[in-house]
Design a protein around this ligand. Structure first.
Ligand code: SAM
Length: 479
């Protein structure tokens, strides 16, 4: 395949040309897919050699794609001869006009070089017509996804939120998130990757939606908890922080390499109550006495990643514009993923003492979200679980495809967040036991509102007793 591409590109085998051809293959490969995939899943396939550079080139080309299409069409460069390999023309045009490529050894490179002045002149005219100063401004005008704030979670096992705010405030504008405790909000584009607070594990660069998952599970200090699909471990160490480092967490991860990443994350967090297992969560025997006291399970399994990838420009991939819910639910990739998700969720619910199970994804597809939850509801109900409402104040709930979907939570790029999905199953007996704790004054569940010691509110009355509410001050009281 690569050599045929090289032939068409004029036989050029330089590194730049190879990278360009790889990018073309990624974009062309995507164009023939039915389901929306992510750029990462396409670039990180074994056949792509220089993954990092290819990923960067694909992202940049996709950013410039609407402009490139327009200008190459208006200048007549994309004749029917070149139309057959238009992806290669787009990538090469981006690389020559705005990127790093200077050599003009392949035939596509020669085509772009030949018309370079005409294309640049057309771009200039376009800028004048649209009243912008540069092509970059044109590109950002075309982009529909608005820039998102940067979030970072303070690792309260290592430091306090106030001291991080004090330090970061010297250079950056920092706000505390109103919903998630210990989450800080910084302006879009703030880059803290190399900051010492990150390398020392005092803060984790973690999106808000991702942080809402562990908070929804709300494990208490001292509990035994399983993180079923754990790597790279951001939510595992968030759980450890929420538990104040007390109790124990079993973090299970199927992939060997990713288990190492998980272990690194754990080391960086300073948590010392987490045991890792490199294995299949489905192979953990729920009747094994060592798991008899597990009270909470976080299940954040492999998913299509379609919620995250919107942020990463996947909305510009050819398949994205054609991909809709129907495509997604019928695609074999999504079908396979949701079959595993269903199995894993049923398995999580089968642990004898588990009281709280969170099932979450970073997918926007109903097939991986509402459909998975509704398919396990009969089993969940037979085991005494019901759906509870994490973050009741959050407006965007599950798609209304079954009764009770209002308990589910969705986040969306429209909210300035990644696309996430969170569901929370709570064992009725546990909810009821909470409701009759002494703080309740022995009033049972009738018409009384109780506050649990972990900040969860359980509501009396038959309807309200099904709702679990997260107290916004939760977590702060523990410091
Ligand atoms: N919760 C993680 C975090 O926030 O850092 C992200 C988890 S990621 C979405 C899903 C992970 O599940 C992947 O690392 C994948 O290798 C792992 N996985 C997939 N199938 C699994 C299985 N059967 N048992 C355990 N882990 C599995």
């Amino acid at each position: 395949m690569e050599s045929r591409d090289a032939e068409r590109a004029g036989g050029d085998t330089s590194r730049g040309a190879r990278r360009t051809r790889c990018s073309r293959r990624v974009i062309r490969g995507d164009a023939s897919r039915r389901a929306a995939g992510s750029i990462k899943s396409l670039v990180y396939s074994p056949s792509v050699r220089n993954k990092r550079a290819t990923f960067a080139l694909v992202c940049q080309t996709l950013k410039y794609l609407p402009i490139l299409k327009e200008v190459l069409a208006s200048t007549g460069v994309l004749t029917s001869k070149w139309k057959k390999q238009e992806e290669l023309v787009f990538v090469t045009a981006y690389d020559i006009l705005f990127g790093q490529e200077t050599a003009a050894s392949g035939s596509v490179e020669q085509l772009i070089m030949l018309h370079k002045d005409t294309i640049m002149a057309a771009l200039e005219k376009m800028c004048i017509r649209r009243k912008v100063r540069s092509v970059e401004d044109l590109v950002s005008k075309k982009r529909t996804v608005k820039p998102k704030p940067r979030f970072l979670r303070v690792n309260t096992l290592r430091t306090s939120t106030d001291s991080v705010v004090e330090e970061l405030n010297k250079i950056h504008k920092v706000d505390k998130d109103e919903l998630v405790p210990d989450l800080l909000v910084l302006p879009p584009g703030t880059d803290l990757h190399n900051h010492h607070l990150v390398s020392e594990g005092k803060v984790f660069l973690q999106g808000k939606a991702s942080c809402m998952v562990a908070v929804a599970l709300c494990p208490e200090p001292g509990w035994k908890v399983i993180d079923a699909c754990a790597a790279p471990g951001n939510k595992t160490v968030h759980l450890a922080a929420l538990m104040n480092g007390e109790g124990s967490i079993t973090a299970c991860e199927l992939n060997k390499e990713r288990t190492k990443t998980l272990q690194n994350t754990i080391r960086r967090s300073g948590a010392n109550n987490i045991e890792t297992i490199n294995g299949d969560f489905l192979d953990i025997d729920s009747n094994d006495p060592s798991y008899a006291e597990v009270r909470a399970i976080l299940l954040d399994p492999s998913c299509s990643g379609s919620g995250i990838s919107t942020e990463r420009l996947d909305h510009l991939l050819p398949s994205h514009s054609r991909g809709n819910q129907d495509d997604a639910s019928t695609s074999s990739r999504i079908r396979k993923l949701s079959a595993f998700q269903r199995k894993a969720l049923s398995h999580a619910l089968s642990f004898p003492s588990v009281e709280r199970v969170v099932y979450s994804t970073c997918s926007i597809h109903q097939a991986e979200n509402e459909d998975v939850v509704s398919s396990v509801l009969p089993l969940a109900s037979s085991l005494g679980f019901e759906l509870a409402t994490p973050f009741p104040q959050w407006r965007r709930r599950g798609l209304p495809v079954f009764e009770g979907s209002e308990h589910l939570l969705r986040t969306d790029p429209e909210d300035g967040l990644e696309g996430f999905f969170i569901s929370l199953f709570v064992r009725k007996a546990a909810a009821a036991a909470d409701a009759v704790k002494p703080s309740n004054g022995g009033l049972g569940v009738s018409k009384q509102v109780f506050k649990r010691r972990n900040g969860l509110m359980a509501f009396g009355s038959s309807r309200l007793s099904r709702m679990m509410m997260l107290c916004s001050t939760r977590g702060l009281s523990r410091r």
